[in-house]
Design a protein around this ligand. Structure first.
Ligand code: ADP
Ligand code: ZN
Ligand code: ZN
Length: 746
């Protein structure tokens, strides 16, 4: 088959096929292509694009006629070799198609072969004798020549015609006559170009690292010098200056001639980081990489990276796929954030992929957090990761003073429960009077409700799963979303017999209104929540205004709990600390603890000491007690013990198997039939829980049921399940999805 004039290559199609196929390419064309080049190939009766995957092909059995590549779209590799390795790993580990990984890795503009934007620069040809031949009648042409005889620098064609009131056809005519000459220049579209550091957040450039910072930085630098793969957890209390440690390490990686990837948990945090990076590494080009980039911005960012123009990338989850050659250092800031998990296909966890990518490159991965995930802590215990600690805030600033407010005792005149406790209201008023800033944090996740007793704080839990039961309005039952246990919801509290059981929740809007009533009219109160977040720049503007002191009180959800640094904030109020505890999730305590420590950490980061007021119905719950003392080790010890007892993550992996259908009967039937089949097979590798209706039982007309597998080896569990699944035909109306290392169980 391999003829004198052509070669065999393996091509991974981008469109409808999950493994590389063999194609023919003629030897002349083959000279230019490399592994990773983008080509167009015939697939069935379609033409699709594909990636050159390898040059090694065994001679095919001559049954099928091997087809020829149609054309080369782009010789420059569309993907780096380490990303190709990563695509293989992700598709296997997360049970998704290789194609969906490649789609996540190669921006669609690149896949379509989009070229960088260029513009024509026009000038007069030197020593041109023909100029005098332009007749006086050719008025427009004359104007252009006259203009360019004075303005000698080349200028864009569009500008030239604007200034001379002429047209493109006149310019083109002169080009044809050889009187003008043109050159092409690439125009760059830079995301966050305006993100130059604003003065209020300038970091003194003569910053002296603390002893702890120096130690942590030199530990990472030692790792870098070893030039082998290493993962290090940087566990540092809020305000301990982790960013400066990252910067020192980055400096070293750049000095080694390498590139650096800096992941932040939220797109909204990218500008803050970019601005600090552009100030510190002013001679480097910093590229922002995230899903909101326009096609043009992305093509330019992509080109800057692949040709080595830019050596630093900042971005959220998807930036883990930025095509950086010679990657030396990956930093994952706020590594505990669940936003690193992608909840769509491919369902990867960017923090874990970061570790795998570092491994593929023999480079260093740094995971940083004030509240590390139990997964990472467990990896430190298992000696897979090293750890560096920052135990103090910089400049000996104190951690804020935390007050717990027992909301069971806070009643208003009518003896009904209130939203704001008296101490919090007083503190807010005092801060406003002193012109200090406050943040009010509201944990609004609740799409469904658990039963809370406002008298004693009791929450109904499932006895088998130790997670809160969820109240279903439709039938009045309490249900467990892990194992499916259900019982009629009680009329009175199981603990104190009070009849005042409630299912509650209030929005940011409501809080904002209430605060306006509490404070003088001149107080400026702003809200940041998911609604506000949908407008691209509003969130950035709000944060910038807050930083400049134009806002007195910021009211917000999760968004403002993360990594933000506002030195003028001296008060943080947590309206409802218990909501995560009432969530039907075994990670509830971990989430509550992280949330409380992180929001508290927003207070007192400047010269004045900070205070935190946490309103709670469960002041004695361990996660709240540990958070109050910012006692990470205490919390970890207790929580790990619980996880171990139930054999939950991080001791085993959790795989969620979700079934969906428009027909409730069908999804119920197939999910339980499947569960029976799996249980009957008695797989050693997995423990099955469920099936149960998902907490969000119906989304967009689709009914959702799920079951959970707990396993110590994802690969062998997937293999075993795959074998059973082959013999289990699903109704065409029912679809199933596997979510490996699932966080969301909604
Ligand atoms: P973290 O991410 O650990 O919460 P940051 O890195 O945001 O903390 O640092 C908190 C603040 O302390 C920032 O304003 C930073 O500029 C400042 N800072 C960091 N290191 C030092 C230092 N060695 N000396 C003085 N200020 C510092
Ligand atoms: Zn249960
Ligand atoms: Zn009670």
């Amino acid at each position: 088959m391999q003829t004198a004039n052509s070669l065999l290559v393996k091509v991974q199609p981008l469109g409808g096929f999950n493994k590389p196929l063999t194609y023919l390419v003629n030897k002349v064309t083959a000279k230019g292509i490399k592994i990773g080049s983008l080509v167009q190939i015939p697939l069935g009766n379609r033409k699709v694009s594909g990636i050159i995957w390898s040059f090694e092909c065994e001679q095919p059995s001559n049954k099928h006629k091997i087809r020829e590549i149609i054309k080369v779209i782009q010789e420059t590799p569309a993907i780096t070799p380490d990303l190709m390795t990563l695509a293989n790993w992700i598709s296997k580990y997360y049970a998704c198609s290789k194609e969906s990984c490649l789609e996540a890795m190669i921006p669609s503009a690149i896949r379509d072969g989009m070229k960088p934007k260029s513009q024509r620069l026009i000038c007069l040809k030197k020593n041109n004798r023909d100029i005098s031949n332009i007749s006086k009648q050719a008025n427009a042409q004359r104007k252009i020549i006259d203009f360019l005889e004075i303005h000698k620098d080349p200028l864009p064609a569009s500008e030239l015609i604007k200034k001379t009131f002429t047209s493109f056809s006149t310019v083109n005519n002169l080009l044809k006559k050889g009187i003008l000459s043109e050159t092409h220049e690439i125009v760059e579209r830079v995301a966050y170009e305006d993100e130059s550091p604003d003065s209020s957040m300038k970091v003194p450039s003569n910053i002296q690292l603390t002893t702890e910072q120096k130690k942590a930085a030199s530990e990472i630098i030692d790792d870098l010098n070893l030039k082998t793969f290493k993962t290090r957890l940087l566990s540092g209390v809020t305000g301990s200056g982790k960013t400066e440690v990252y910067f020192e390490a980055m400096q070293h990686a750049l000095k080694q001639g390498g590139t650096v990837l800096f992941l932040v948990p939220e797109v909204a945090l990218a500008p803050q980081t970019v601005s600090r990076l552009r100030e510190r590494f002013y001679s480097e080009k910093v590229v922002v990489w995230h899903s909101h980039l326009s096609a043009g911005e992305r093509v330019d960012a992509w080109r800057n990276l692949t040709c080595g123009n830019a050596r630093i990338v900042v971005g959220a989850r998807s930036a883990i796929f930025a095509p950086l050659p010679n990657l030396r250092l990956i930093i994952v800031d706020e590594e505990h954030e669940t936003s690193y998990k992608q909840e769509d296909n491919p369902r990867y966890q960017a923090r874990d992929v970061a570790v795998v990518r570092a491994k593929a490159n023999g480079s260093v991965c740094v995971l940083g957090s004030a509240t590390p995930s139990l997964e990472s802590i467990n990896n430190v215990h298992k000696r897979k990761y090293e750890i560096s600690k920052l135990s103090k805030r910089v400049d000996d600033r104190e951690l804020p003073l935390v007050h717990l407010i027992d909301m069971r005792r806070e009643k208003d005149k009518n003896r009904t429960t209130t939203i704001f406790s008296v101490p919090l209201v007083e503190a807010l008023r005092e801060r406003f009077a002193n012109r200090e800033q406050s943040i009010l944090f509201l944990n609004r996740r609740g799409f469904n409700t658990t039963m809370l007793c406002p008298e004693c704080g009791h929450v109904e839990n499932c006895k088998d799963c130790s997670i809160a039961l969820t109240y279903h309005r439709t039938d009045g039952y309490l249900k467990c979303h892990l194992c499916g246990f259900r019982k009629p919801s009680p009329l009175s509290c199981n603990q104190c017999k009070s009849f005042d059981l409630r299912k509650r929740g209030h929005g940011t809007q409501r809080i904002e209104d209430l605060v306006s009533d509490l404070l003088p009219k001149s107080a400026k109160i702003r809200r940041v929540d998911a609604d506000v977040m949908t407008k691209r720049n509003l969130f950035r503007e709000t944060l910038s205004d807050f930083r400049k002191g134009k806002i007195d009180v910021l009211v917000g959800t999760q968004m403002i709990a993360k990594g933000l640094d506002f030195p003028k904030v001296t008060l943080v109020g947590v309206i409802d600390a218990d909501l995560p505890l009432r969530m039907e999730d075994f990670r509830a305590s971990e989430k509550a603890f992280q949330m409380l420590v992180q929001v508290s950490g927003r207070s007192g980061r400047g010269n004045r000491a900070g205070e935190v007021f946490i309103q709670t119905y469960a002041p004695h719950s361990p996660s709240i007690q540990y958070a109050r003392k910012a006692d990470l080790d205490g919390f970890l010890e207790e929580e790990l013990e619980m996880r171990k007892e139930f054999n939950y993550p991080p001791y085993r992996h959790l795989i969620r198997h979700l079934f969906r259908s428009r027909s409730q009967a069908k999804v119920d039937y197939y999910c339980s039939e499947w569960a029976k089949l799996v249980n009957k097979s008695q797989l050693e590798e997995i423990t099955v829980k469920g099936p149960a209706p998902a907490p969000l039982e119906k989304i967009k007309g689709q009914y959702r049921y799920h079951l959970f597998y707990f396993t110590s080896s994802v690969n062998s569990a997937l293999k075993a399940l795959g074998k059973i699944r082959e013999k289990f035909p699903l109704d065409p109306d029912v679809h199933d999805i596997l979510d490996v290392d699932a966080y969301s169980i909604t």
